[in-house]
Design a protein around this ligand. Structure first.
Ligand code: C2E
Ligand code: MG
Ligand code: MG
Length: 683
């Protein structure tokens, strides 16, 4: 018997003693007892009958009766003997059968491909069949010294324990699938059933577990599932999977208004000609390369031109999906875009990258694709409808002369055109110096004197001045804000120098400039600002950098680092539009700011709405507690000025004093000391 034998593991046979055997054993004991009793009685009887002094009055009939009795008893004993022999043979037969079963079980378990284990009620391994070593690589010694539960994948453990518990209670466990670690560290998938062995008292004291290695079957199933949803040639998702993901995106976009996506449908121009002239094998090789190129360019376009929003719960985890819909048709699901124009930009980028020649069979091939775009702005609710729209747009692109891109709906088209024009116009405006700096005075409420100016950009177009509301966000998105604001800072600093020398004051006049999130994320922001200050000779202490609340108080670690860099310059920091973000106020005490600018929304409602007045009061109180100064933005009426003065607000800015205007207008204002009236309000 080899080392896996049952005897070696424990004294118990793994097969329970059947009830028949137990019954016969019980009966055997009873027979033995009865036989002994009969024999004893018989012996005593014979002795008593045959001892002469006990039988003094014997006559012939006595001996006759005695003979009859002895004959009867002998017959009885014979009968018992027969019966005992019969029972003994029965028992022998059952023992032989049991031994055969034992041998059979051993033979099966030793040679079975399935892994058979016997564990006690504490989960300790009493026996493991040799298949364990074949399947999992552990030797019997290693198995004995390790815990079966620890080798099970942590995610699957609760299920396995539950099934074992069920087997313990009901006698038969359910079939479970779980992963177990192979000695080489890989995971194998097992399918397992457990059944209980009960003791004489009916309690479960052991479990027999039969495990089958189904790793290969699982792998095959996964492969089949993969094949069902992937294209065999390029290994990209196929139409079915694409439609499924698209449907998911559609559902998501109906639930979240700020979640947008687009579908780009590509059709390789003149693919049929390539296929016919070079042969199908070359055609296939080309399609594989196109698939790879598309994958690469989507990934790159993604990093370059599509900053992500992360606030949509349930969004697709795999982001963009590139699929081959069939033949020479590919599709991209651009997930979570900010504006449909992003899709046009990705399409253009893909066109550029596809134009780089491919090499198939040492032959250079140049291809182009016609692209149709549909986006989540369409009213469709079915994925197929959206793909059809993209398809129609794609055919329009083909008709218009190949290597083109068309968008499906009119509004999106008009938007895309307008947006692209704005981007080109902005770039040109920067080159041609169409941006002007306007200034808005910030006034001390106590003295009525101008303490400084906020510099605000204006776009001087032939048709009139354009407000920054219309272009700052776009300039920010395309990164143009950085050169724009660099220019603004230089110009404003130069004007400040002039005002400071013409209108000396103590403290000197200040300059406030706005820092956008994009600038804030620029690693060389502090260096650039220092350069401008040095070149124009402005004291850093006269510069106020305005940062909106959500950026200044956003990611504590990142923003803290940038803010302290700016602080180290010697510049002052203001939180702009305070009250509109959702930042934690406790953070305010931990960032190095000097001033809070209360958002215009609260100031404008102050005279009519007690709640806004209360908010302003609380903000001012909070700021003062933290040692910060307060500027009220957007003050337009005398009443607001009066209330702000009552609340001890230091400074105000707004149309009440002056609209933003050019430097000459500001020079005039400084000269006239126009705001003496403000100082007397409320006195
Ligand atoms: P902001 O920094 O909060 O600037 C104040 C805005 O409030 C300015 O709008 C100003 O004209 C307006 N305003 C001032 N007083 C009043 C008032 O009494 N009533 C009303 N209704 N409005 C008033 P503007 O110039 O249109 O600028 C809007 C936003 O654009 C600015 O908000 C700022 O965030 C941004 N911005 C403007 N110029 C620049 C710039 O050169 N660089 C950067 N990064 N951002 C700028
Ligand atoms: Mg501002
Ligand atoms: Mg503001």
């Amino acid at each position: 018997m080899n080392q896996h034998s049952f005897q070696q593991v424990g004294q118990h046979s793994p097969v329970a003693i059947p009830t028949e055997m137990r019954r016969i054993e019980g009966r055997e004991w009873w027979l033995w007892g009865f036989t002994i009793a009969v024999t004893l009685t018989l012996t005593l009887g014979i002795i008593s009958f045959t001892i002469p002094w006990l039988n003094r009055e014997t006559d012939a009939s006595y001996w006759f009766d005695l003979r009859e009795w002895v004959r009867g008893l002998a017959a009885l004993v014979l009968l018992f003997d027969f019966y005992s022999v019969y029972q003994h043979l029965q028992l022998h037969r059952i023992r032989r059968q049991l031994a055969e079963r034992d041998q059979l079980f051993q033979l099966i378990s030793e040679n079975a491909a399935d892994m058979i284990a016997l564990v006690d009620s504490d989960g300790r391994r009493l026996y493991n069949s040799p298949a364990y070593e074949r399947v999992l690589g552990y030797s019997p010694e290693e198995l004995k010294s390790t815990s079966s539960i620890e080798q099970i994948h942590p995610d699957d453990r609760p299920r396995v324990l539950q099934a074992a518990e069920k087997a313990r209670l009901s006698g038969q466990g359910e079939r479970v699938e779980y992963r177990i670690r192979h000695k080489d560290g890989s995971w194998r998938t097992l399918e397992s059933t457990a059944c209980a062995i009960r003791n004489a008292a009916g309690q479960t004291d052991k479990l027999v577990i039969v495990n089958r290695d189904i790793t290969e079957r699982k792998r095959a199933e996964e492969m089949l599932a993969h094949n069902a949803f992937h294209d065999g040639l390029t290994n990209l998702p196929n139409r079915a999977l694409f439609l499924d993901r698209l449907q998911h995106a559609l559902t998501l976009s109906r639930r979240h208004a700020n979640y947008k996506f687009a579908v780009l449908l590509f059709d390789v121009d003149e693919f049929k000609i390539i296929n016919d002239s070079l042969g199908h094998t070359a055609g296939d090789a080309l399609l594989i390369q196109i698939g790879q190129r598309l994958k690469e360019s989507v990934r790159r376009a993604d990093m370059v031109s599509r900053p992500r929003m992360d606030d949509v719960p349930g969004r697709l985890t795999n982001d963009d999906t590139l699929a081959r819909l069939g033949g020479d048709e590919f599709a991209i699901l651009l997930d979570d875009i900010r504006d449909p124009i992003d899709a046009v930009r990705v399409a253009e980028r893909v066109q550029v990258e596809l134009a780089i020649p491919f090499t198939v069979n040492q032959q250079e091939i140049v291809v182009s694709a016609s692209i149709g775009i549909a986006s989540s702005t369409s009213p469709h609710t079915q994925a197929e409808d959206l793909v059809r729209d993209a398809d129609i747009a794609m055919y329009r692109a083909k008709r218009a002369g190949k290597a083109r891109c068309e968008v499906s709906d009119a509004a999106m088209h008009a938007n895309a055109v307008k947006r692209l024009k704005l981007e080109t116009d902005l770039r040109r405006a920067l080159d041609q110096g169409e941006f002007r700096v306007h200034y808005q005075p910030i006034v001390s409420l106590q003295t009525g004197k101008i303490t400084g100016f906020e510099a605000l950009t204006r776009w001087q177009r032939p048709e009139g001045i354009v407000s920054p509301i219309e272009f700052i966000a776009v300039a920010e998105e395309i990164g143009l804000i950085i050169p724009m604001n660099r220019q603004l800072l230089r110009e404003a600093c130069e004007h400040l120098r002039i005002w400071q020398s013409e209108f000396p004051s103590s403290p000197p006049l200040t300059l406030s400039v706005n820092i956008t999130p994009r600038e804030f994320a620029q690693p060389d922001l502090a260096t650039e600002i220092r350069k401008s200050l040095e070149q124009t000779g402005v004291d850093p202490g006269c510069l106020q950098l305005e940062i909106i609340e959500t950026i200044a108080m956003g990611d504590a670690e990142k923003s803290g680092h940038v803010l302290s860099q700016l602080k180290a310059l010697g510049a002052h920091l203001s939180i702009d539009d305070f009250g509109t973000g959702y930042s934690s106020l406790s953070r305010l005490s931990r960032i190095p700011v000097d001033t809070l600018k209360i958002d215009r929304a609260f100031i404008s409602r102050m005279d009519s709405d007690p709640e806004s007045r209360e908010i302003v009061r609380v903000i001012i109180m909070l700021a003062h507690n933290l040692g910060l100064k307060v500027v009220a933005e957007g003050t337009e009426t005398e009443e607001q000025i009066k209330l702000l003065k009552e609340l001890d607000c230091e400074m105000a800015q707004g149309y009440f004093f002056s609209r933003p205007a050019d430097d000459q207008a500001m020079t005039k204002l400084l000269a006239s000391n126009h705001f003496a009236r403000a100082a007397s309000v409320g006195r």
